[in-house]
Design a protein around this ligand. Structure first.
Ligand code: GDD
Ligand code: MG
Length: 363
């Protein structure tokens, strides 16, 4: 069961037009990384719990047969929260199942987590990872035997006594659902985990790669980690030993510096530098002398000559006029058009379809 019902406001404008699970990450819808990882651990039956823009998730993913997975969708009448969503899917669940937050990129060892769950006789086993700042997550304090002593969702600074957090991957026994009232909005973090402390709640600490991709900065980080091979994904097969995946149908006159992914129909003009740490989607054109570094440019965007794009995300169908600089974590939403000689930086987020004339923004 994968929860994908959140509104993903922190990832706007990428999620203004596309729900987070199907936002493109490197070369596929984000959630495909999770599905492939699950498949690798023997999961072949997945329920997606959707809210916002459910039809477009279904439209992109279909029935899962490409991945060898049976994929079903549950749509909430209104947001039910992380436990309410689970309750709604109760008739479809087995005695033991895995539940996942749908915004996580990880290669953690789910097989070992399930084995630990079995050994301890747990009712719920939460995978745990260490992060520098646990305040945005669910903090978990463990006993020696891996049972959970304390769980604090979004802890205030005075409650932070460890850096272990819940990674959003759970192994659950179906009877946990008896703790959840039907037809209501219920949070599993606030209403269920606390009840299970001392009563079958265990943690599975992991040192694997883990990232919640919920903000533009983390989306970029996830992209870089995939193409640098910091997280194990099938993209590594495409990159090969030279860390370059350049489609045969791409036309490169400038320089490409690895790691980089350039899809079909990409055109890189004379004197342009692309890379390192760049993903360029299908049919993107990059004009003469432009520099693109640590950036994602999605399908169909056109970058004119002499531009500088660094640490930024340019969504599908954007137009960027000559000599414009886009840096500092800025994000252009789908179909944005920026005229020549602009400077867009400091985390600016330009919403889909906005048009900026030549020289409109400078710092
Ligand atoms: N179906 C459904 N319905 N899904 C939901 C709902 C809902 O009402 N609310 C949230 N979700 C989904 C989101 O789409 C996301 O995939 C997942 O549940 C977690 O919600 P977030 O909003 O991303 O929560 P968070 O990141 O602040 O915190 C959660 O994840 C952390 C790890 O990333 C918590 O589970 C923390 O305990 C955990 O540490
Ligand atoms: Mg999250």
């Amino acid at each position: 069961m994968i929860l994908v019902g959140g509104q993903s406001t922190r990832l706007r404008p990428l999620t203004s037009t596309v729900p987070k699970p199907v936002v493109q990450l490197v070369d596929r819808p984000f959630i495909s990384f999770m599905l492939e990882w699950l498949r690798g651990h023997g999961v072949d039956d997945v329920i997606m719990s959707c809210g916002f823009l459910a039809d477009s998730v279904r439209g992109v993913l279909g029935d899962g047969s490409d991945l060898g997975i049976r994929l079903r969708f549950v749509e909430e009448p209104e947001p039910r929260g992380t436990a309410g969503a689970l309750k709604l899917a109760e008739p479809m669940l087995d005695e033991r199942f895995v539940m996942l937050n749908g915004d996580v990129l990880t290669d953690l060892d789910l097989t070992s987590q399930i084995a630990q769950h079995e050994q301890t006789g747990a009712r719920a086993t939460l995978s745990l990872v260490a992060v520098p700042d646990p305040s945005a997550y669910g903090l978990v304090v463990l006993e020696e035997d891996h049972s959970v002593r304390d769980f604090v969702e979004k802890p205030s600074s005075d409650r932070i006594e460890t850096n272990l957090i819940s990674a959003g991957a759970y192994v659950l026994e179906r009877d946990v659902l008896e703790l959840v009232a039907p037809d209501r909005n219920v949070s599993i973090e606030r209403a269920v985990w606390p009840l299970l402390i001392g009563n079958g709640l265990y943690g599975f600490p992991s040192e694997s790669y883990w990232l919640d991709i919920g903000t533009p900065a983390r989306y970029l980080q996830g992209t870089f980690d995939i193409i640098e091979g910091n997280v194990k994904t099938t993209v590594l097969e495409r990159l090969g030993s030279d860390w370059l995946a350049i489609d045969d149908g791409a036309e490169v006159r400038g320089r490409v510096i690895p790691p980089a992914v350039l899809e079909r129909g990409v055109r890189v003009a004379d004197g342009a530098h692309v890379g390192s740490l760049v993903v360029v989607g299908r049919d993107v054109s990059i004009g003469a002398g432009s520099i693109v570094e640590r950036a994602v440019i999605l399908q169909g965007a056109r970058i004119d000559e002499g531009c500088e794009l660094r640490d930024c995300i340019v969504a599908a169908g954007c137009r960027v006029g000559a000599r414009t600089k886009i840096t500092g974590g800025a994000v252009l939403g789908e179909g944005v058009s920026v005229g020549a000689d602009n400077v867009i930086t400091r985390g600016a987020r330009i919403f889909p379809g906005v048009q900026l004339p030549d020289g409109a923004i400078q710092f």
